[in-house]
Design a protein around this ligand. Structure first.
Ligand SMILES: O=C(O)c1cnc2c(C(=O)O)cccc2c1O
Length: 462
């Protein structure tokens, strides 16, 4: 293995949470030197001597992906898990065809409008494996000038062959939940081989919970396994206590918005917010529903971004949905990330958290592929007896007590001098910045021709 400290080891002491943002081209280097990684860093030989890998995603530029691996790893077996169908699937196969080491696996999407959104890497080395859960498509633009989130697992060592395979799970049941998520893809030989590989690795060092979504109408014991009900279940058991977070706001930050219903009580402020404001079930404290703050770029945020209006091609909020839910605008705040040098790096990251009113503490934090939509998080059906989910999503939930035994909260800014504090590297600025009177949420399918963007262009979608 390489003698020099690998970039990952350099960061690990500064990133006890393994939570990084992607490097951004065109901002001062300081903001790319700590807590930031590029795809080449993730795939670099300093992370391990790669034997094979798997890439779960929505969009793939296969020739570009191959080029992101170090030359000596470009012919290693690579499994690509996608949700493309019909012409998109044909195109993917045409692009993969010339790489004998690449195998394609199509995730079943039997439900209308469902997508394979999940973004995850399995990296198998000669001395263990890593799991990477992130928010970026496998295309150049997603790793160039956007704000994206990446969780990189510690190196999970291989279990000794005589070791009982039931060993090696973590306090958050990371491996069990990951295997259950993979099980939902059904019987695919290559995915089943990866499940066996995962079973052979000790993942006891994983300190995050998996919050996944898989398409289906989930009932009975499966109802709480996915989407916002999985979050609700984890927070009931391991969340903050009600007295601590009473009246703490919930913050949602995302890069796309679905059809949320004609009023907040249809889904947003009812079942969805109820899950995000769940506290440990011991308290009988009847909590008032907390304030909900949402972060989604306004037109000006997009216009001024490094990419200009084209950043909005990855912010697919449609006028059709927007006009049906004007109430949504009352929750909105601007994208601002001055603290991370990324106010102009348009967000494609999705994050959710519960934060103290003075913005000093976090009760928990999620980075995920899931945007603000019923398709991603699920919606109750049949009198709350089933949860209907359309898409595959995956994210990780950080809970203080699972990161460190007696840690109750994460610190946000300035470090609380008390020993039991841990700084959480927020991707965006607090306090939040409201929209101005004239600000409107970015909509990707209308024209903006009164002011040119940072590149001097207008936006005239066809
Ligand atoms: O990251 C993703 O999984 C993802 C999924 N879908 C889209 C769409 C769309 O579905 O129309 C448009 C533009 C960007 C994305 C995107 O970035």
């Amino acid at each position: 293995t390489s003698e020099k400290m690998s970039p990952y080891e350099n960061y690990i002491e500064a990133a006890p949470l393994n939570f990084f943002l992607t490097k951004v081209f065109g901002i001062p280097n300081h903001y790319n030197s700590s807590l930031a990684v590029g795809i080449k860093d993730i795939l670099s030989a300093s992370m391990g001597n790669l034997i094979s890998s798997a890439q779960f995603n929505y969009m793939f530029d296969i020739p570009w992906l191959v080029q992101q691996y170090p030359e000596q790893f470009r012919s290693k077996p690579l499994l690509i898990i996608h949700g493309s169908q019909r012409a998109d699937k044909t195109t993917l196969h045409e692009n993969a065809h010339r790489y004998p080491n690449i195998t394609l696996c199509q995730a079943k999407l039997d439900i209308m409008y469902g997508t394979h959104h999940s973004k995850m890497m399995f990296l198998l080395y000669d001395n263990g494996m890593r799991v990477v859960i992130h928010t970026a498509n496998i295309i150049h633009n997603d790793w160039y000038q956007k704000t994206q989130g990446v969780w990189i697992s510690p190196l999970f060592p291989k279990l000794a062959s005589d070791q009982d395979l039931s060993q090696g799970d973590s306090v958050t049941q990371f491996r069990k939940d990951l295997l259950e998520y993979l099980g939902a893809y059904g019987t695919n030989k290559h995915l089943q081989e990866w499940q066996e590989t995962i079973r052979q690795h000790d993942m006891s060092s994983a300190k995050v919970f998996i919050i996944g979504s898989v398409p289906g109408r989930h009932t009975g014991a499966s109802k709480m396994k996915w989407g916002h009900l999985k979050l609700r279940k984890v927070l009931q058991e391991h969340g903050p206590d009600g007295s601590t977070v009473k009246d703490w706001p919930v913050i949602g930050q995302f890069s796309s918005v679905g059809s949320l219903g004609s009023g907040p009580e249809n889904w947003l402020s009812s079942e969805w917010l109820e899950s995000l404001s769940t506290v440990q079930a011991n308290g009988i404290v009847k909590l008032s529903k907390p304030k909900l703050n949402l972060i989604f770029p306004c037109v000006e945020n997009v216009r001024r971004s490094l990419e200009g209006y084209p950043a909005g091609a990855s912010l697919p909020y449609s006028i059709k949905n927007a006009r049906k839910q004007q109430y949504f605008n009352t929750f909105l705040h601007q994208w601002r990330a001055f603290s991370r040098g990324r106010s102009r790096a348009s967000p494609h990251i999705k994050t959710y958290t519960r934060i103290s009113p003075d913005a000093q503490y976090l009760a928990w934090f999620i980075v995920t592929s899931a945007n603000l939509s019923k398709a991603a998080w699920g919606a109750y059906e049949k009198n709350n007896s089933q949860l209907f989910i359309r898409s595959y999503e995956i994210g990780v939930l950080f809970v203080p007590s699972k990161v460190e035994e007696n840690l109750k909260l994460f610190n946000v800014q300035g470090v609380d001098s008390s020993k039991d504090s841990m700084l959480f590297p927020l991707p965006w600025d607090v306090p939040l910045t409201s929209y101005t009177q004239t600000d409107r949420p970015w909509l990707w399918d209308i024209a903006y021709t009164d002011k040119p963007d940072s590149q001097g262009n207008m936006w005239c979608p066809s």
